[in-house]
Design a protein around this ligand. Structure first.
Ligand code: GLN
Length: 624
């Protein structure tokens, strides 16, 4: 194959890449829905509001907004239409926010009526059945009117605009048309006035309601509004917390039981996504923690639900298995790793006698690495794992680095569990929680003695601290000794005393103060160091620690095989070391090749040990 043939048909590889990148499968699916269902011309546009007869029956738009704020659109997703009853869900949320659950509950029920949207029937105690039918929605307008007076409609418009993430306007012609002909709604409002569910100026309340129904939206807007509900009240495009999560749950509840009028039961059975429809042809559907869908097609079925909109929802739910009651999760996946520190020590290299204690007591430190958003079931699973096998280690490290979210209930359960473990003598250490995150304060608030709950930003630091505790407990801490004697250096193992003495001759004693940088990444690597007293840390310029070293250990030894320093070395304490320049060593090596061989063998052994440790960590994590 010559180069020419090889390059066709994709002469420009980046064009090929972007072609691939612009068509996610969900976009293809939505475009496919649009193409397929636009051929369905069944149903009829609403005609009981004269102005709605003007709707173009061909219009068909789909919007879908993900929780991370990605917007999918197909067809006439930018065509404005009146929101009508879809507004009821959002106005109910506003009423809850403005007057509180108690007053809303006293005025309006939450039972499905089984009747059409415009039914005049009330419950036995003369309340509207629920806020998703006209009677309930008019009652909501009444409550908002009681608080806001003449400002009621503007308050509604502003709230819906926040949900949509843009300023929404009103279709004055539709508003006037409904105001003129809406005698049935007028009858409902006066009936509610009779039972004091609506108070004050009934005409003003009705006007607020009619105007709210005439707010103009697009399918895209509805998708953003739905996504805001799906995202616990935070608009995923603007980041604004539009409504509290508590109110979101109440709103989605009534959408679930009553959002699709007298088709609600069928709807939740078939589609399983909280939704609300309107006679303008709109449907919103919000699937918590996943996505918001908005559809627009004015052809309605006998229940006044959009025919094509229903089809999109049904197809989406079936194709992607979205029924909200058909969920499962394996809670066990929230623990990605659970280990003691055998072979997985911190990056602090220990003195031989310290290492021996750690090798014997490795089971005293237990590390549990968690992953994912921790909900009730996940935390319950974790607390059960903590309370049962294996027998509790006195030092317990919980790593939250991969945990984006912990529910309040989860923090409570975990806090209680850590308190019990604390009373049994376990020291708990939390790692990987961002300083700004609410997770740590939430757990702290629930443990008996918050000072006992330790926190380290980095897991490795926590393991090192825990190792120090173990070493200390078993008497391993000695005053850091001077190791003037080069014979104790691992790199110089097996060298004869006179060979070591000769190397010492070539070296110079260096001293550094706490916090001083001894080696900088990128510098030419032309010497190696033998640490005689104090502690140093090898760190990448990003701050990640590769190793901490004490007396008797060498650093900069990679200079033997590399031209430049690959990391920084910092003095953690005051440090004394011997620096051996490589050029002097090279000359010496010519004269004593057998020394060079021994050192290279020692270096290979050191590197092999590091590799084994690194492999052990990789292996441990891939075992989960
Ligand atoms: N404005 C309409 C009405 O009250 C809203 C009804 C609806 O969308 N189902 O009749």
């Amino acid at each position: 194959m010559d180069a020419q043939t090889f390059r066709t048909p994709h002469a420009n590889p980046s064009a090929r890449l972007s072609g691939y990148a612009t068509e996610p499968p969900l976009q293809r699916f939505l475009t496919g829905c649009y193409e397929e269902f636009k051929a369905d011309n069944s149903g009829a546009v609403a005609d009981y509001i004269p102005q709605l007869k003007q709707a173009n029956p061909d219009h068909f738009g789909i919007g879908l907004v993900t929780i991370d704020g990605h917007v999918y659109e197909a067809g006439d997703s930018a065509v404005p239409f009146t929101i009508q009853s879809v507004s009821k869900a959002f106005v109910f949320a506003l009423a809850l926010e403005l007057v509180g659950e108690e007053r809303v509950g006293a005025a309006i029920g939450v039972e499905p009526s089984g009747d059409a949207f415009n039914s005049i029937r009330l419950t036995n105690d003369n309340r509207p059945f629920n806020p998703m039918v006209n009677a309930g929605a008019i009652a909501c307008s009444g409550l908002i009117h009681q608080v806001e007076g003449d400002g009621a409609f503007e308050r509604v418009r502003a709230k819906l605009s926040q949900f949509a993430g843009r300023e929404l306007g009103v279709d004055d012609a539709v508003h006037a048309s409904e105001a003129e002909t809406g005698n049935r709604n007028r009858a409902i409002a006066w009936l509610l006035r009779n039972y004091s569910v609506v108070q004050g100026d009934v005409d003003a309340v009705l006007d607020t309601y009619f105007r709210q129904c005439a707010i103009l939206v697009t399918a895209r807007d509805l998708a953003v509004m739905a996504a805001t509900l799906a995202n616990r009240g935070v608009n995923p495009l603007t980041g604004v917390q539009v409504i509290t999560p508590h109110i979101v749950a109440r709103t989605l509840s009534v959408m679930t039981s009553s959002g699709m009028y007298d088709y609600a039961g069928e709807w939740i059975y078939r589609v399983g996504i909280p939704a609300k429809s309107g006679v303008g042809g709109g449907i919103v559907a919000a699937l918590p923690s996943q996505m918001g869908l908005g559809t627009f097609s004015p052809l309605l079925d006998d229940h006044f639900n959009s025919v094509r909109g229903l089809k999109v929802c049904e197809a989406l739910s079936a194709r992607f298995d979205l029924h909200m009651l058909n969920r499962s999760a394996d809670v066990r996946t929230c623990i990605i790793a659970d280990y003691d520190v055998l072979g997985i020590s911190s990056r602090r290299s220990r003195q031989p006698h310290e290492q021996q204690i750690l090798d014997e007591r490795h089971g005293d430190i237990r590390v549990i690495e968690l992953v994912g958003a921790l909900n009730f079931a996940a935390i319950d699973y974790i607390t059960r794992r903590l309370s049962s096998e294996p027998p509790n280690a006195p030092l317990l490290i919980l790593d939250f680095r991969r945990v984006p979210d912990l529910t309040a209930a989860g923090a409570q359960l975990l806090g209680e569990n850590l308190t019990v473990l604390g009373n049994a003598g376990v020291t708990a250490i939390i790692t990987g929680v961002e300083a700004t995150s609410a997770v740590l304060p939430a757990i702290r608030a629930r443990v008996g003695d918050p000072r006992k709950l330790r926190h380290f930003a980095v897991l490795d630091d926590a393991i090192e601290w825990a190792e120090d505790q173990v070493i200390y407990r078993y008497g391993g801490f000695t005053i850091s000794k001077e190791t003037a004697h080069l014979g104790e250096q691992a790199l110089l193992a097996e060298l004869a005393p006179e060979e070591i003495a000769a190397l010492a001759e070539l070296s110079t004693t260096r001293r550094y103060e706490t916090g001083q940088r001894i080696i900088a990444a990128g510098e030419p690597a032309n010497s190696l160091f033998f640490l005689q007293s104090g502690m140093v840390s090898v760190k990448l310029p990003s701050g990640v620690r590769l190793a901490s070293l004490g007396p008797g250990m060498e650093f900069g030894e990679m200079a033997i095989i590399e031209q430049h320093r690959s990391a920084d070395v910092w003095a953690d304490t005051d440090v004394k070391c011997l620096e051996l320049p490589l050029d002097a060593f090279a000359d010496y090596r010519q004269l004593h090749p057998q020394i060079s061989m021994k050192i290279m063998r020692n270096l290979s052994a050191l590197l092999a040990r590091r590799l084994i440790l690194a492999n052990a960590k990789v292996d441990l994590l891939s075992a989960y």
